[in-house]
Design a protein around this ligand. Sequence first.
Ligand SMILES: [Fe+2]
Length: 544
Amino acid sequence: MKRSLLVLAAWTLLLWLWWAPVNAALPPLIIGASVGRLLQMSSEALPVYRFWSPVLGKHFYTLDEAEKTRLVSQYSRVWIYEGVAFRAFAGPAGEGLAPVHRFWCASSGAHFYTLDAAEIDKLLRSYAGIWTYEGIAFYAYAPGRQPGGTIPVHRFWSGALRTHFYTTSDTERFKLASGYAGAWDDEGAAWYAYPAQAATTVAITKGPWIQGVAPDSVTIVWQTDVAAESVVQYGVETPEASTVADSSATTLHRLTLSGLAPGVIYAYRATSGPASRAGAFRTAPPADQPFRFVIYGDTRTNAQVHRQVAAAITGSGPDIVFHTGDLVGAGRNYGIWDTEFFAPAGDLLLGTPVVPVPGNHEYAGAGPPWFFYFFDRPAHESWFALTCGNTRFLGLDTNVDYSPGSPQREWLVQEFQSATYRSATWHIAIFHHPPFTSTTGHSDDTTVRNQLVPLFEQYGMDAVFSGHSHAYERYLYNGIHYIVTGAGGAPLYGLAADTAPPVRQFGLSAYHYCVVDADPSVGTLIIAATDLDGHVFDTVALSK
Ligand SMILES: [Fe+2]
């Protein structure tokens, strides 16, 4: 007890020693004096510097060079310089620019910035004892008045930390929105400014990849190293036929192409500044057209093998690809998404929609679950249903609750009872944890077996694909085919004995993918497990 009191006293003293110069560094400024001192008129967009104080747990932003220099030279223990947040103006140098006012709260140690007249009025009139007005910090564009090339500066509020945070970064926004850094409320775009780095050189760092494929629309997604505009040209004969564009600068680009014809191949080109990449996709075909899909999974850890598997899948020419999860080794580690997924699968992603479900490794590591950033699904609703041709595909997240009463289970039962589900010829489920498996890595997932298998039997599922076990396995249980396809790059598991019913019908420990052909003209669905040489080592032929 005594020891903890001593520690507390020492921390209090330390905080006070650090705190005192912080307040000295940033004294409340008189309006007129501060405007004069902080700002010198310039028609150029100037850098707004961002600082972080681990002592206060707060951020601070300034355009004032003298203030920046003072913090860096005298208070670097308290305020850590984080770089240029965005670029704004020192005066009302152009149409649409408005002053962003700065307030200081001594009790919380937080600064607050706003250009909203009602907010300013409220703070000055009703909270003058709490918030000290410090003057105009810089000039920026009010939402709705921003020119092209500017980016939204998003404002977040944390009740727990009693502070606001401002960012232009797509990845930082996702971190806060995912709940990784605590509870933050997204308060929307506070103002618009120019990106920290002028987009004179832009490189595409990931993608494009194709999302949300439907009979009449798709979404093209790509990432650039600096914020830039988004343009997609597309057409049946050449990519130049139609254009969709968004002039607001961003690093994660998403453009939806709509009004497309079903089952048609379109060429496209995604462009940001001088950087562009071209690909092609086929819209979801109507129910009477044949189509080919591929299912594979567990691509983590061995990027070279994943590259080979992805190249083989590309060569097989599928219309759409599904992934059974464990795309990467630790999905909360940002950098791994490039090395283990987007780089090895780059050519595949460019020309084929790849629709994954999250595996357990997507939730591994330290950081936000980036799966949901790249694949644009609500972080707590990571399941999906889509129709391609005559087949209804259901993707589940077996990492989160699917027991009776859970949101995922309720969604699933509703889907089973829908006219869309019932009218499809074939019904395919995809999720990570297999109800039936016997390898050196894993055995049956009894929760899936107890809670999902009865539903599949009740609602006429035809085939179920899982991963997690790094091998190929096929089971037949109560008329439904259960296939484990979890060998897309991850270290292979050996097959273990399987004597308890249902007994595995076929198994092979080899890198592979499953090619599936649906042909409505003859009523067949043919599953061909294929190795890296293109050799089909197991086949299931279904017909209706
Ligand atoms: Fe797994």
